[in-house]
Write a protein that binds this ligand. Structure first.
Ligand code: NAD
Length: 306
């Protein structure tokens, strides 16, 4: 392959909350997509949107020039590539297939996936996303891409059909590295903003007063000005709809575990990242899994009561 990989058939594996609408956007743009998911309801929903489905991942991959995966974890991706009971996708794909993984997985797993794909005679790109289900449906995701330059050029027109910002972050694994670093900032900063609002409450500050100062001063950040954890100052933030996500606590907990894995594998003294991971694991385990991650403020407030 394949100068024209981007115009060939795309095998799309993983039609969940994110993959389902992403596949729809590819088909809407006129792409040939053959999709598979082990959940029958996901296949049914895809067919209703005009997506061709098959009964196994191997069947989807057989005639594809690009294999796009949108799976829950790195283990799912590596198992699918290598095969568990069968030969695995790397063995059945046509030579020089481009494996495009959009799942959020460990940086080390992304590098391993790339290494085994290349060893099997294929191409590999990691392209995790931010933007959530709303972005997946609207085609406005941000893709953080780890790829060789020529592979980036191949996948860019495909990713542009599902996203608005496509950022080439570097070589294999760099997309996951960017995602994990960004989300570690986000988790830590949301906790800091939430602690500050609860402290402000105790000190007799109104939410609006703290917002008006911090949003125009050195406390300014996305967790404050876009996803503000108290209702009022930013009317579109999840706090105004009882913390319906948005970005669910379970996903923040997952991404911070990936950040901790990266801190440990690189030996970085990331104390805030470790602590944020513990805090969000507890939040998710104690009822916050399905709430927006800014709901952490209610935990902080509850634990602060006296
Ligand atoms: P999901 O659980 O809704 O979907 C995953 C799908 O993969 C499921 O339908 C599952 O049946 C399918 N699957 C599992 N093994 C498979 C296989 N071998 N072949 C084909 N399909 C298989 O998860 P999601 O919310 O769509 O998230 C997907 C990825 O995107 C995750 O890595 C997640 O961390 C990341 N992500 C999610 C969001 C979000 O807001 N949901 C945002 C950014 C990134």
């Amino acid at each position: 392959m394949s100068e024209n990989a981007a115009s060939g058939t795309i095998a799309f594996l993983g039609l969940g909350h994110m993959g389902g609408p992403m596949a729809v956007n590819l088909v809407k743009a006129g792409h040939q997509v053959v999709a598979y998911d082990p959940v029958p309801a996901a296949l049914e929903a895809a067919r209703e949107h005009g997506i061709a489905t098959v009964d196994s991942a191997e069947e989807a991959v057989a005639g594809a020039s690009v294999v796009l995966t949108m799976l829950p974890s790195g283990k799912h991706v590596l198992d699918a590539y290598r095969g568990v009971d069968g030969p695995g996708l790397l063995a059945v794909a046509p030579p020089n297939t481009l494996f495009l993984d959009c799942s959020t997985i460990n940086v080390d797993e992304a590098r391993e996936a790339a290494a085994i794909a290349l060893e099997a005679g294929h191409r590999s790109v990691d392209a995790p996303v931010s933007g959530g289900v709303v972005g997946a449906e609207a085609g406005t995701l941000t893709f953080m891409v780890g790829a060789l330059p020529e592979d980036f050029e191949t996948v860019k027109p495909i990713l542009e059909l599902m996203g608005r910002r496509i950022v080439h972050c570097g070589d294999h694994g760099a997309g996951q590295a960017a995602k994990v670093c960004n989300n570690m900032i986000l988790g830590v900063s949301m906790i800091a903003v939430s602690e500050a609002f609860v402290l402000g409450e105790k000190l007799g500050l109104t939410h609006q007063a703290l917002f008006d100062v911090a949003s125009n001063a050195s406390g300014q950040c996305w967790a404050l000005t876009t996803n503000c954890p108290v209702p009022g100052p930013v009317p579109t933030s999840p706090a105004n709809r009882d913390y319906q996500p948005g970005f669910a606590g379970a996903l923040m907990a997952k991404d911070l575990r990936l950040a901790v894995n990266a801190l440990e594998s690189t030996g970085v003294d990331g104390q805030m990242g470790h602590l944020a991971s513990q805090i969000y694991d507890a939040f998710a385990a104690e009822g916050g899994a399905g709430r927006d991650f800014s709901g952490i403020i209610t935990d902080i407030r509850d634990k602060s009561a006296k």
